[in-house]
Design a protein around this ligand. Structure first.
Ligand code: NAP
Length: 244
């Protein structure tokens, strides 16, 4: 029997991260659920994953804090010994036009999204085995920008630069590093977008519907698989055509 792969998904207590965790578990991969605030939901995700026949643990860590990420990786090392797949999914949003944005609002978003990607990846580097996968969740806003999202767009654009650079560094280890740029996906993060704005966005989506977390999770599962071994440094949009 072949040994099961091990994946860490940050921000997997709900939304896109939860869907990715379940999809990888369906692909016979052991899954570590990282969360920050919502322990109850993280426990529920881990329990539902175990019912799929793979191993799962949940680990609390604020990805914006380097030391907490180091502790999380120590826990993973003790339990599994190595990692094969890292999905940097944890993310925060705090929209304001720049003229109204405080330093605190800038910092929260950039520290969670961009510093978080660095903090987790840096601490994981020695744990990810050759042939592994790093998948970073960016956004189409990191490619095109958006009104009221200078903090979010800068953090997500930064993730793209991080992805491409790291892909060049880790190629020698046959570790692929790719980014996914989702468009409008129905989650907690998008639930407060005003109804009228949602209607306008919908008209602009050629495929005629908003995305669901599984649309992203299916792509992660492919990028994490052996079939995607010759694909690295890419930024793949999952947006129903919204931004091409
Ligand atoms: P969501 O439902 O709000 O989930 C965000 C997740 O991130 C939660 O599990 C949350 O956990 C976790 N998180 C937030 N801050 C954290 C921190 N400091 N440390 C650790 N975990 C933290 O959002 P989502 O829509 O699923 O978003 C997932 C990713 O997709 C994000 O990176 C987001 O930017 C990206 N994305 C989303 C969309 C969209 O339309 N939804 C579009 C493009 C990109 P806790 O609640 O436990 O803190």
């Amino acid at each position: 029997m072949t040994e099961r792969k091990v994946a860490l998904i940050t921000g997997a207590s709900r939304g896109i991260g939860k869907s990715i965790a379940i999809e990888l578990a369906k692909n016979n991969i052991n899954v570590i659920i990282n969360y920050y605030r919502d322990e109850k939901e993280a426990i529920e995700v881990a329990e539902s994953i175990k019912k799929l026949g793979v191993d799962s643990i949940y680990v609390k860590a604020d990805v914006s804090r380097f030391e907490e990420c180091a502790k999380m990786i120590e826990t993973i090392k003790k339990k599994f010994g190595h990692l094969d797949i890292l999905v940097n999914n944890a993310g925060a949003l705090l929209d304001k036009a720049l003229k109204n944005m405080t330093k605190g609002q800038w910092d929260l978003v950039v520290k969670t999204n961009l510093d978080g990607t660095f903090n987790v990846t840096k601490n994981c580097l020695t744990l990810i085995r050759d042939g592994g996968r790093i998948i970073n969740i960016s956004s189409i806003v990191g490619i095109s920008g958006n009104f009221g999202q200078t903090n979010y767009a800068a953090s997500k654009a930064g993730i793209i630069g991080f992805t491409k650079s790291l892909a060049k560094e880790l190629g020698k280890n046959k570790i692929t590093v790719n980014a996914i740029a989702p468009g409008y996906i129905e989650t907690n993060m998008t639930k407060d977008i005003p109804f009228i704005r949602k209607k306008i966005i919908l008209v602009m989506i050629p495929l005629g519907r908003t995305g669901i977390p599984e649309d992203v999770a299916h792509l992660v599962a492919f990028l994490a698989s052996d079939k995607a071994g010759y694909l690295t440094g890419e930024v793949i949009r999952v947006d129903g055509g919204l931004s091409f």
